[in-house]
Design a protein around this ligand. Structure first.
Ligand code: BGC
Length: 841
């Protein structure tokens, strides 16, 4: 492993990444090439239009109406002159920053979307003045970062929203305030004004507009919660979230009533002081997850805190009523049918959510956990629909660490159904007469060094006498004991490779230059992809990987050199990261990059930006997640990408995690459902596969490369591994990416217990395991960097992004016998097989 000075990395990244197009656009054409398509010219292709249309038909389902007073949607009589205020009117956010940022052909902001829809925007002068305030503050912010050293440790640094004093109109007919917050990989959010909290300017303006305008809506174009306390005068609040390409048009549609919100929160939104502080967050070396399984609503509902906007909550323009029609227990499958009726004036969709309260017999249990949900079709006023929701009790067995067993303990299991975690009715009680050992495993994940927090259980007396009771027949539950022996058949073609060839295959996109592989400049088959595997001088087809999860992250424009290698014209690093680098570096770049000549064709890869993970989960619509997967899969095939580095399914453990927007929820069940649905959508396409990430307990960005998440075995299994387990069992993903963080002092990528025992044996995963993009850190750190040979020894398959030093580390380990040839060949076989599989058209 090469230890690199971080500043050098940044400079080199820039050298390699930036080049400016100097060539003129050529005629439009579309050319099939080695199975994928090259597009050039300015024409908007039919696939782009189709994908935008499909996304548009669902995207308002991700928006969550938190408050309403009936003033929206606008009627035909309402004015079309609008006062648009707020930092995201012109600087609208389609998603977060970092590797999840997708390069679009073009993005329409909210100001333009309203204008295009026939509105007169009355605040252009204000927005111009705001732009000046912003540019000045941003310049100062970047100077400060550069003065403090610059470089990769600034990745994801976001300027907090500045205060300003600009005149604004305080009275009128219609005003909308669009408040934006962005975050991204590398940095966590902060509980300060301008990030988690409103600035004084924002608070004052929002309150004035709410009081002075006849109709006022506060719109939140944020990737995660902000503290919305003390906004009592605001009667209409909409979480628009960040919806990719259709973000702005969706808002216009929701305001005008062409579409309606039908999303529900997948993470609790409440005052900052309400969130639990039992466990650590953003510690440098060790982050102790002392809260154990009490994450999100599992905590709030158990300690019975009032929250502002609970998990699963969301209003519509219309209102719904629901009643329980029937419930039954069939074997160990519980089924509830509810009648849902639209009792309001507008059309809409409603979500029914099923929660399970387990008995506190041997183990402490949260008040309830989500175990099922379903969304209605569009219902017109007075229309009804019956929704059926089923779940299998043993899928939600608790983990008893003492006996290393997933158990259904003796006692009463209360099933509840409703339209938010705080608005449910009991619909059945399942009696378990004696403890059932569902799955016997071994404790594998080490000691976090503390006992998990157990809240004082506030047992509320509940009258369940009218609720139907069922007794579970223990014989109906399938029992299992896991066996951990692992051997993977080694391909004879792999045995025939030289040691050097084998080592090259497990070192990501092995190239001599670490920097090139780090930022993906070594990728020459698909411009802007994150990496490609070694071809052993053309013997094998490279496996091409591109980032997500908000779409396929590849270059927008590229050209081919005389060897047919593709060169990215915009640079592989996200714009957000480039803007953090000093201007003098930018000038060095131009000269150092391959540039197209005037005769070269400029090709385009316009990918579709889908909603961020959190927004997708807010739709509570699996069909939408699958449709997004289908869009991604078809674009992967078109552009020649094999592995999508997504979906990302870490848990919203703290609302401050800088990458939460990429992740779905504070709840593992909805995360697992969404990840499975999107995986199915992608993998329906031939040779397009997903990579679930980041496995596991990657819940903060502070010191992201060398921080240890210290978590109990139970919390790991019930919260942090659960969504991965579900997606593996239900959707058979082809690849998984381990996380940067350590788990109880061991790098997740180097943990044989995690990769082999749990992932491959307990969960039955038989695909490829790669590391996240390791950067060897130097300096004062408690924990060491991971090493390639340790990763392979732990049954990982690919060390990413890989360097000459990592390759040498593998050769050395074979020589020293710390790594066996068989261990290496098992990894090589998996890469070899995938490469052969994608070769077949
Ligand atoms: C991120 C991953 C991403 C990879 C490749 C890393 O920094 O953590 O999520 O897939 O880069 O771009």
């Amino acid at each position: 492993m090469k230890f690199l000075n971080l500043i050098t990395i940044s400079i080199a990244i820039l050298f390699i990444n930036l080049a400016f197009a100097s060539s003129v656009e050529k005629r439009c054409f579309k050319k099939k090439n080695k199975g994928f398509t090259r597009f050039s010219g300015d024409e908007v292709y039919s696939y782009e239009k189709e994908h935008i249309k499909t996304l548009a038909s669902y995207s308002s389902e991700c928006t969550v109406l938190l408050k309403k007073n009936g003033d929206f949607p606008l009627t035909k009589e309402d004015t079309r002159k609008v006062y648009l205020y707020g930092n995201a009117v012109r600087k609208t956010l389609k998603g977060g920053t970092g590797s999840g940022d997708v390069n679009l052909r073009e993005f329409v902001n909210i100001e333009t979307a309203f204008t295009n829809a026939g509105f007169e925007v009355l605040t252009k002068d204000f927005i111009d003045a705001y732009d000046e305030v912003y540019e000045k503050a941003n310049k100062e912010f970047q100077e400060e970062l550069n003065n403090n050293g610059g470089g990769i440790l600034n990745m994801g640094a976001i300027m907090s929203e500045p205060e300003y004093d600009l005149p604004y109109v305080k009275e009128g007919d219609l005003a909308i305030y669009v408040l934006g917050r962005v975050s991204g990989e590398g940095t966590d959010r902060k509980p300060i004004k301008g990030d988690l909290f409103l600035t004084d300017t924002e608070r004052k303006m929002i309150n004035d507009l709410a009081k002075g305008f006849k109709k006022f809506m506060l719109v939140l174009n944020t990737g995660g919660p902000i503290d919305l306390s003390d906004l009592d005068d605001v009667k209409n609040i909409l979480i628009l979230s960040q919806l990719g390409v259709n973000t702005s048009n969706t808002l216009v549609d929701v305001i005008t009533g062409a579409k309606y919100p039908s999303g529900k929160l997948a993470t609790t939104w409440t005052k900052y002081e309400d969130y639990q502080t039992i466990g650590d967050f953003a510690e440098k070396d060790d982050t102790n997850y002392k809260e154990g399984i009490y994450v999100g609503y599992r905590y709030f509902d158990t300690v019975n805190t009032d929250v502002m906007y609970p998990f699963g909550f969301g209003l519509g323009y219309t209102d719904f009523e629901y009643e329980i029609k029937s419930s039954k227990l069939n074997g160990e499958t519980f089924e509830v049918k509810t009648n849902v009726k639209n009792v309001g004036k507008y059309k809409g969709k409603e979500v029914m959510e099923v929660y399970l309260s387990k008995p506190n017999t041997t183990l402490d249990e949260p008040y309830q956990i989500l175990v099922g949900f379903a969304k209605t079709d569009e219902l017109k006023p007075n229309k009804k629909q019956t929704l059926t929701i089923k779940f299998k009790l043993s899928d939600f067995a608790s983990y008893d660490t003492k006996t290393a067993t997933y158990i259904l303990d003796k006692g009463d299991y209360v099933v509840r159904v409703g339209n938010s975690s705080r608005n449910t009715k009991p619909c059945g009680v399942i009696k378990v007469e004696s403890r059932i050992d569902v799955r016997k495993v071994e404790n594998k994940l080490g000691d976090p060094g503390f006992e998990d927090y157990v809240p004082k259980i506030n047992s509320k007396k509940e009258d369940l006498s009218n609720v139907k009771t069922f007794t579970l027949n223990a014989k109906k539950v399938k029992k299992e004991t896991v066996d951990y022996d692992y051997s993977y058949p080694i391909a004879k073609e792999v045995k025939a490779l030289t040691l050097e060839e084998k080592a090259k295959l497990v070192i990501g996109g092995y190239v001599e230059d670490f920097i090139e592989s780090l930022i993906g400049a070594a990728v020459t088959t698909v411009a802007g992809a994150a990496a490609e595997t070694n071809t052993l001088d053309g013997k094998l087809k490279p496996i091409i990987m591109a980032d997500g999860p908000a779409g396929v992250r590849i270059a927008k424009s590229y050209f081919l050199d005389s060897d047919g290698k593709a060169h990215n014209l915009e640079g592989n690093l996200p714009e957000s990261m480039m803007s953090l680098l000093p201007p003098e570096m930018l000038q060095l770049v131009d000269a150092s990059m391959p540039k197209p000549s005037v005769n070269d064709t400029i090709y385009h890869q316009y990918a579709s930006a889908i909603p961020i993970g959190t927004a997708l989960a807010q739709s509570w619509n699996k069909e939408f997640a699958e449709a997004c997967g289908d869009i991604v899969g078809s674009e992967m095939v078109m552009f020649g990408v094999n592995l999508w580095l997504a979906p990302a399914l870490n848990i919203h453990r703290s609302i401050l995690c800088g990458r939460n927007f990429e992740y779905y929820s504070e709840d593992p069940f909805i995360s697992g459902i969404m990840a499975s649905a999107i995986t199915n959508g992608v993998q329906e396409h031939k040779n397009a596969f997903v990579t679930l990430k980041h496995f596991a307990a990657n819940n903060q960005e502070t010191n992201r490369y060398l921080n240890s998440s210290n978590v109990s075995e139970r919390a790991m299994r019930e919260i942090y591994l659960k969504a991965f387990e579900m997606a593996i069992k239900e959707a058979d993903p082809k690849a998984i990416m381990t996380s940067f963080n350590l788990l109880n002092g061991v790098h997740t990528s180097e943990s044989k217990e995690l990769t082999n025992d749990i992932l491959r044996h307990e969960f039955g995963f038989d695909g490829l395991v790669m590391t996240d993009w390791v950067i060897a850190m130097e300096g004062e750190y408690k924990y060491p960097n991971p090493s390639a040979s340790n990763v392979i020894k732990a049954t990982g398959d690919l060390f990413m992004p890989g360097s000459q030093a990592d390759y040498e580390n593998v050769l050395e380990a074979i020589k020293n016998k710390t790594l066996t040839m068989e261990e290496l060949e098992m990894a090589v076989t998996k890469i070899y097989k995938l490469s052969k599989q994608i070769e077949k058209k």
